[in-house]
Ligand binder design. Structure first.
Ligand code: NAP
Length: 312
């Protein structure tokens, strides 16, 4: 028979780790399932300067490890496992993983989000060979080289500014004629020497005989005219998509695939809670994810009390 937990947390980002910490401290039997390492998207950030309590900033990977250690110290169990399926309805929820099934009376969905891909031919195979979704992680590999950042939002602009400190030349390729990013960045881009390619839609990833990326073909959104931008790296910063495919059909999602839940983190399924970046919300930050984790356990406890009986 599968083991029964009070709380199963899917994902060990800041929301998941906080839920585990609060659950364990509440005397609940809690398990966190994570396929990679603690921290989630945060683990890719070299320095986090907007999480309170770290006046000098803190490495994202380090903060993830600290969050896991804190939850473990409180008694939560962490398992390295990939979730392959869930059955969320009913008083006992079942979770299938690549290392066997488990059951839980409540589930906290904390699977976060991942980068939106460009949708271009060969993108998958060029990942790590010229195509990147994380300037903070991979920027160093392009020191003295030429890179193109795709996107016009705050992330794309921040990435372009970060890369301008390392690369010899940075293009910012945006599909419209105005940035979505805060206007304050415009001057900074000019000062950093970033060349903006306006009204340009990525059309193809160009590659050389060795299989590595050699450039980005863009199409003018008005005329359709193609232009090839020779570059060593393409950084896609065109938004993120929530990792919620496993829950589709069981929990209500919004049109973009985010889990519908308000500040209580309660989803459409009793006993199932949504925290962090996978939840439909206005502000996606480490600090809002951790707040979600605390709220989820508060309402999970309320739910368990209503269901009757104490911890498993
Ligand atoms: P975003 O604001 O959604 O911007 C995505 C950008 O990518 C937009 O410019 C969009 O173009 C473009 N885009 C989307 N799909 C595309 C496609 N298929 N092909 C080409 N371009 C495409 O995403 P984000 O920049 O990652 O920011 C997410 C949230 O985090 C925002 O609320 C942002 O303000 C926040 N954030 C804040 C900071 C900060 O305060 N320093 C830093 C990073 C992120 P259109 O403009 O034409 O739609």
């Amino acid at each position: 028979m599968a083991e029964l937990y009070d709380v199963a947390v899917l994902g060990a980002g800041p929301g998941g780790c906080t839920a585990a910490l609060y659950a364990a401290r509440a005397g609940l039997r809690a398990v966190v399932l994570e396929q990679l390492s603690a921290g989630g998207q945060m683990a890719d950030a070299p320095l986090i300067e907007n999480y309170p309590g770290f006046p000098e900033g803190v490495g994202g990977f380090e903060l993830g490890q600290l969050m896991q250690q804190g939850a473990e110290r409180a008694g939560a169990e962490f398992r390295l496992a990939q979730v392959t399926g869930v059955q969320l309805a009913g008083p006992v929820k079942r979770i299938e993983t690549d290392s066997g099934p488990l059951e839980a009376r409540t589930v906290v969905l904390a699977t976060g989000a991942g980068p939106r891909t460009l949708g271009l031919a060969g993108e998958d195979t060029l990942r790590g060979r010229g195509v990147s979704y994380c300037a903070a992680c991979d920027g160093m590999l392009y020191r003295g080289k030429t890179v193109a950042v795709v996107g016009g939002g705050n992330t794309a602009v921040g990435d372009a500014l970060h890369l301008a400190k390392l690369a010899a030349k940075v293009y910012l390729v945006h599909r419209r004629g105005t940035l979505r990013a805060a206007p304050v960045y415009r001057q900074a881009l000019d000062a950093a020497g970033v060349e903006i390619v306006w009204n340009a839609k990525p059309a193809a990833l160009l590659r050389g005989a060795d299989g590595r990326l050699t450039g980005l073909r863009v199409a003018d959104t008005a005329s359709g005219a193609a232009r090839d931008i020779a570059c060593d790296g393409v950084f896609a910063a065109i938004g993120r998509v929530p990792d919620t495919a496993l829950f589709r059909g069981q929990v209500e999602l919004d049109a973009a695939g985010y889990l519908l839940a308000d500040e209580t983190t309660r989803t459409s399924v009793p006993g199932v809670f949504a925290v962090g970046d996978a939840r439909a919300k206005a502000v996606r930050q480490v600090v809002t994810a951790t707040a979600d984790g605390a709220a989820a356990v508060h309402f999970a406890q309320e739910y368990l009390t209503e269901q009757g009986g104490g911890p498993a």
